[in-house]
Design a protein around this ligand. Structure first.
Ligand code: NDP
Length: 247
């Protein structure tokens, strides 16, 4: 696989799965824009690690839930890297709670980052991708978007929404050489899952045929696969990276 000469934007690239995605794309030869909203130092460190792999890498602060900032993010990639060939919508948050107790604010915040954030970035990136008749958009969904999860009505709605949105956009853009796919991770070892209570963790582990948590690098490998030029006939798909959890 080679992504040499390709330019990638990874939202939430400073930590967790996003960090692993930046490094995997850079290892395959892509230049990388590492987006962050709060973790400036972490994003700088990821960019430095990417540069050590021999590619160009820059950082850009943008809250993807804000359409204007998402537009600026894509504009920064065009200005600093010369274009955008690969967009990975990875930025995501959780605000868990049972339906009865879930506030409007918690529902809306999760939809704003996880779903509207991807929408804003795709809308901004699709014009330059259409012009160059090439693009790879990879949206990070979740097995929770396929199966649901008690206490995550907001998160599940955002991740299921990403799948429907990706399939719609895949149909719109397929004729222009742009593919749109989802990677749906299961239970991956990151800050997001470190925050889970021990009984929840034990229960989830019992549902994973592989009987272990996944690693961010295992998700990143699936993203890099979709990003490759050779994956040009694959679009509108959802690839679960979940140790067999969702099958
Ligand atoms: P982390 O909590 O470790 O990282 C979340 C990332 O999202 C951070 O880089 C953060 O950047 C970024 N982010 C949050 N809000 C915004 C925003 N408004 N604008 C831009 N960036 C933002 O999560 P993971 O690495 O675990 O998760 C990454 C993705 O994978 C998420 O979409 C998540 O839903 C999904 N996922 C994770 C699973 C898991 O088991 N870990 C399972 C299934 C899906 P900053 O720190 O700068 O705010």
């Amino acid at each position: 696989m080679s992504l040499a000469g390709k330019r990638a934007v990874v939202t939430g690239g400073g930590r967790g799965i996003g960090r692993a995605v930046c490094l995997a794309l850079a290892a395959a030869g892509a230049d990388v824009l590492v987006n962050y909203s709060g973790s400036a130092n972490a994003a700088e460190a990821v960019a430095a690690n990417c540069r050590a792999l021999g590619v160009r890498a820059v950082t850009c602060r943008a809250d993807v839930s804000d359409a204007a900032q998402a537009n600026e993010l894509i504009a920064a990639a065009i200005q600093q890297l010369g274009g955008v060939d690969i967009l990975v919508n990875n930025a995501g948050i959780t605000r868990d709670g049972l339906l009865l107790r879930m506030s409007d604010a918690d529902f809306e915040a999760v939809l704003a980052v996880n779903l509207a954030g991807a929408f804003h970035c795709m809308r901004a990136a699709c014009r330059p991708m259409m012009k160059q008749r090439f693009g790879r958009i990879i949206n990070i969904s979740s097995v929770v978007g396929l199966r649901g999860n008690a206490g995550q009505a907001n998160y599940a709605a955002s991740k299921a929404g990403l799948i429907g949105m990706s399939k719609s956009v895949a149909k719109e853009l397929a004729g222009r050489g742009i593919t749109v796919n989802c990677v749906a991770p299961g239970f991956i070892r990151t800050a997001m899952t470190d925050a889970l209570a021990e009984p929840v963790r034990e229960k989830l582990l019992g549902e994973i045929p592989a009987a272990r948590l996944g690693e961010a690098e295992e998700v990143a490998a699936a993203v890099a696969f979709f990003a490759d030029e050779a994956a040009g006939y694959l679009t509108g798909q959802v690839l679960c990276v979940d140790g067999g959890m969702a099958m």
